[in-house]
Design a protein around this ligand. Structure first.
Ligand SMILES: [Zn+2]
Length: 86
């Protein structure tokens, strides 16, 4: 199987917000920890994908959406992981 990363992004990227890429698996994990109505709200701002593909997806989130997913302060964004491994 080819490892092809696909990208999704929240709809604030068009507004020029700063953001970071997150691993799709972390994004899905974070969504699952939210109450369903809030999860639907956040998911509605981000391009959808099959959760089974999450490992191959990078999700760009602005700080606000990352915060709603409680991803904002965690060392889970791809660039932070890269820095730790460098
Ligand atoms: Zn956003």
């Amino acid at each position: 199987m080819r490892q092809v990363f696909r990208e999704r992004e929240c709809n604030h990227r068009d507004e020029g917000a700063d953001g970071e890429f997150y691993n799709g698996a972390f994004y899905v994990q974070a969504l699952q920890q939210l109450p369903i109505n809030r999860a639907m709200e956040v998911a509605g701002k981000v391009g959808s994908f099959f959760w089974a593909d999450a490992q191959n997806i990078r999700v760009w989130l602005c700080p606000r959406c990352a915060g709603e997913l409680n991803l904002g302060d965690s060392p889970r964004s791809i660039s932070q992981v890269a820095r730790r491994q460098a």
